[in-house]
Design a protein around this ligand. Structure first.
Ligand SMILES: Cc1ncc(COP(=O)(O)O)c(C=O)c1O
Length: 381
């Protein structure tokens, strides 16, 4: 059997990883400024994470959600404490798209409505409802095309006020748009969304799958605006590579037995991984590290020739370049051995490194990108 060929691959085979570095099968060392798409939050193979997963797998790895699992309660308690959402309830699942799927379904259970408002350049996942709320027509097959979703321009107050009404079920927005090119919603826009949703009984869903878990310099990116959404979804950095996702739910949205469910969600290993991530984030002050190193990187990038604009917060950074961003990204990988991400629509390089990068590692990246940008500025002879 062959693999179903859906991924264009780099010709690199990683075999080992530690902190911010990855080694391939030829012994070449890479600096990881992408974290496997924002997944590596506390650094590769963090010793505390490895120890906790090791201990857990040797005790019990799995049983179904039909039994009591105190680790789930502990995770809910710790996540509530660190995020500030102590009175919310947690539903555990396995991936980002599944978290958004459950969030949208829950919104409709809550107010009985169907219409969803999403935004231009959004990405919320690749399954039914979350794909319906994703602004990328080429990802949808015919069977996916009957959703009740309206796409509005990002940060456009008038367009939003004209579109929302008492038939609207939910508004879904990323804390910071990731796949769409690192677009930060304005604080006033988020506050207006909160006010209008509350006025009309609409469920406000904040997708913090890429922007959450400390990456923006706050636990969740929307907390820069001090709003309180009804539902928050998380995944990626939550398990530092172990597949786990969560839906944080306002206490006004009531649970009923059988309303949501999953086989694997919240299993012992997922909880052990997620708990150890929270412990490391807290003990190593990774949220303030994300803010400080992120500010340092953004300040330095803004001084560089060849950089058109720098967008983002903390360690979620988009670099729009004068030259071809995809070519620069390829050169960073080939010549400088640095992994970064890319966003085609915005000619933007995306940085999503682990939250515990050091200033020295940040400086390594800055020196490398500066070298590549300067090469681009010299015309070919
Ligand atoms: C903001 C956002 N939401 C949802 C998803 C989907 O997550 P997953 O790939 O785990 O289903 C992603 C993945 O890139 C994302 O960036």
């Amino acid at each position: 059997m062959n693999l179903f060929d859906v991924y264009p691959l780099f010709d690199i085979t990683p075999v080992k990883a530690e902190g911010t570095f990855i080694w391939d099968d030829k012994g070449t060392k890479y600096l990881d400024f992408y974290g496997g798409h924002a997944v590596i939050s506390i650094g590769h193979s963090h010793p505390h994470y490895v120890k906790k997963l090791d201990e857990q797998i040797s005790q019990i790895a799995f049983y179904s959600n039909a039994v009591k699992m105190p680790l789930q309660n502990l995770l809910a308690e710790q996540l509530g404490k660190l995020s500030g959402y102590t009175d919310y309830n947690l539903f555990l699942c396995n991936s980002g798209t599944e978290a958004n799927e459950n969030a949208l379904k829950l919104a409709s259970f809550h107010n009985g409505r169907k219409k969803v408002i999403a935004f231009k350049d959004s990405f919320h996942g690749r399954t039914s409802l979350s794909l319906g709320a994703t602004d990328d027509a080429k990802l949808s097959a015919n069977i996916n095309k009957d959703h009740h979703v309206v796409f509005l321009p990002f940060n456009d107050v008038d367009a939003f006020k004209n579109a929302i009404d008492e038939t609207t079920c939910a508004v879904i927005i990323e804390g910071i748009q990731g796949v769409g090119g690192i677009n930060v919603p304005s604080l006033d826009f988020l506050r207006m969304l909160e006010t209008e949703c509350n006025k009309l009984g609409v469920v406000l869903i904040l997708d913090e799958i890429q922007s959450g878990y400390g990456r923006s310099g706050k636990f969740f990116a929307h907390q820069h605006s001090a709003i309180q959404p009804h539902i928050i979804t998380t995944a990626k950095g939550m398990g530092n590579g172990f597949p786990v996702a969560g839906v944080l739910i306002h206490p006004d949205i009531k649970a009923k037995h059988g309303m949501l469910g999953t086989t694997f969600g919240g299993n012992y290993l997922a909880c052990a991984a997620s708990l150890s991530v929270l412990e490391v984030i807290e003990n190593e002050n990774l949220i303030s590290n994300a803010k400080e190193t992120g500010n340092f990187i953004m300040t330095e990038l803004k001084k560089m020739e060849g950089v058109k604009s720098v967008r983002g917060l903390g360690l979620m950074i988009g670099i729009e370049t004068e030259g071809d961003a995809n070519l620069i990204r390829k050169k960073l990988l080939q010549d400088e051995k640095i992994f970064t991400g890319f966003s085609s629509g915005k000619n933007t390089i995306r940085l999503l490194p682990p939250l515990n990068i050091t200033i020295e590692e940040a400086q390594m990246f800055l020196n490398s990108i500066n070298t590549i940008l300067q090469q681009q500025l010299i015309p070919n002879t």
